[in-house]
Design a protein around this ligand. Structure first.
Ligand code: AHM
Ligand code: MG
Length: 349
C-alpha cells in the first residue's frame, strides 16, 4: 500500500507521529504509546549494534554458556537483551517483562512500574549475525491478567504473579511487532487494527511510515521450511512439501524454496510477497523449535491482522493458552490459501 500522501517533501510521518495519531483516534492510550515508543528506541540501538558488530568486535559467542533454551548466547544476544530490558524498565509503563533470553519473567520494581506486560525475543536468528545476514527483534504487549504483585521480600509470590500475567493466549495481545535489521531497518506493528511498516531513515534517525495497512497476498508460491529436517517430519508434512515440488500440480511451475533461517526475515518476505513459513514438529522435537510467547503468537497476530493465518497445523496459534513461559509450538504462518492448503494435509493426519 502507498504511504500517506505527504503535503511537502519535508513532511515526515514518523513512528511517534503515528502513535500520537492513534492515541487521538482512541485505538491506544498514552501508556501503550509510551511502551511502543520505548521499544522503537531500543530497536534503533540494536540496529546500530548489529550494523557495527564486525567493527566493534561484537560478533561471536558471549562466553556466558547456554541460555535457558539450551542455546549458546552470542555477544549480541546479551547486549540486545540488556538494551530491550533497560528501555522497558525505564519507560515506567511496564509491570512484567519476559524475554526469550531469560529463564523467568521479571517484575518491574514498583517505584518505576506501570501496567503493561511485554514479551520479547531481543535478537532472533542471531546465528546469522557473523555473516552479516538479516536478524530481527520480536515483541508482544498484553494487559495484565491479574494484579501484578511485585514483592521484593517474597520472590516466589512475585514470580508466580509474573508467570500468570505472561501466560496469556495470543488473542489477548494488544500489540505485536517486529523489527528487521537488513538492507534497511524496518519496524512492523499491529495494535489490532491493521499492520503498518516504518522504515528507519538513517539520516534523520527516525522510523518513518512506509507501509500503510499491509495486506498479505491471498496466495504465494514460496515456501520457507528447513528441509534439512525432512526425514524427521511426519508423513503429512512430507507429503505436503512433496506436493509443492510437483510441476503438474501447479501449471508446470513448482513452488520456490527460500529459507534464511531468520524468522523475522523469512516472515517479512512472506508478508509482502505471499507464501508460507513453517517450522513443524519433528521426531526429535515434537513441538518444533519456535517459542509460542516470543515468536509464534506475535507473528500470528501480525499475519491475521494482514489477512493471513497462523496455525500449528491443527489449531489456531492465537487460541493456545501457554502453560509454560518458554513453551514451543509448531508454526505455519502466511497467506491464508497456503496455510489452509498445508492444513488439508496436517488436519487429516
Ligand atoms: P533463536 O531464537 O535462537 O535465534 O532461534 C530462532 C530461529 C528463527 O529465527 C529461525 O526461523 C529458526 O530459528 C531457524 O532454525 P533452524 O536453524 O533449525 O532452521
Ligand atoms: Mg528467537
Amino acid at each position: 500500500a502507498a504511504p500517506k500522501a505527504r503535503k511537502s517533501e519535508y513532511e515526515l510521518y514518523t513512528f511517534n507521529t503515528w502513535l500520537f495519531g492513534e492515541e487521538r483516534r482512541g485505538t491506544l492510550d498514552t501508556e501503550l504509546a509510551t511502551v511502543l515508543s520505548s521499544i522503537s528506541v531500543a530497536c534503533k540501538q540494536i540496529a546500530a549494534a548489529v550494523g557495527r558488530a564486525g567493527i566493534s568486535s561484537l560478533t561471536g559467542v558471549a562466553g556466558t554458556g547456554e541460555n535457558v533454551q539450551g542455546e549458546e548466547q552470542k555477544k549480541l544476544d546479551v547486549i540486545s537483551n540488556d538494551i530491550f530490558s533497560l528501555c522497558l524498565r525505564n519507560c515506567g509503563r511496564t509491570g512484567v517483562i519476559a524475554s526469550e533470553e531469560e529463564e523467568n519473567p521479571i517484575g518491574v520494581e514498583e517505584t518505576t512500574s506501570g501496567n503493561y506486560i511485554v514479551v520479547f525475543d531481543p535478537l532472533d536468528g542471531s546465528s546469522n549475525i557473523d555473516a552479516g545476514i538479516s536478524v530481527g527483534s520480536i515483541f508482544g504487549v498484553y494487559s495484565p491478567a491479574e494484579e501484578c504483585i511485585v514483592d521484593m521480600d517474597d520472590p516466589e509470590k512475585t514470580l508466580a504473579s509474573c508467570i500468570t500475567n505472561v501466560c496469556q493466549p495470543g488473542k489477548n495481545l494488544l500489540a505485536a511487532g517486529y523489527v528487521l535489521y537488513s538492507s534497511c531497518t524496518i519496524l512492523v506493528l499491529t495494535i489490532g487494527d491493521g499492520v503498518y511498516g516504518f522504515t528507519l531513515d538513517p539520516y534523520v534517525g527516525e522510523f518513518v511510515l512506509t507501509h500503510d495497512r499491509i495486506q498479505i497476498p491471498e496466495k504465494g508460491k514460496i515456501y520457507a521450511f528447513n528441509e534439512g529436517n525432512y526425514e524427521l517430519w511426519d508423513d503429512a508434512t512430507r507429503s505436503y512439501i512433496d506436493s509443492l515440488k510437483k510441476p503438474e500440480l501447479w501449471d508446470g511451475k513448482p513452488y520456490s524454496a527460500r529459507y534464511i533461517g531468520s524468522l523475522v526475515g523469512d516472515f517479512h518476505r512472506t508478508l509482502l510477497y505471499g507464501g508460507i513459513y513453517g517450522y513443524p514438529g519433528d521426531k526429535k522435537n515434537a513441538n518444533g523449535k519456535l517459542r509460542l510467547l516470543y515468536e509464534c503468537a506475535p507473528m500470528s497476530m501480525i499475519a491475521e491482522q494482514a489477512g493471513g493465518l497462523g496455525s500449528t497445523g491443527t489449531e489456531r496459534v492465537m487460541d493456545i493458552v501457554p502453560t509454560k513461559v518458554h513453551q514451543r509450538v509448531p508454526l505455519f504462518v502466511g497467506s491464508p490459501a497456503e496455510v489452509r492448503y498445508l492444513e488439508s494435509f496436517t488436519k487429516k493426519a
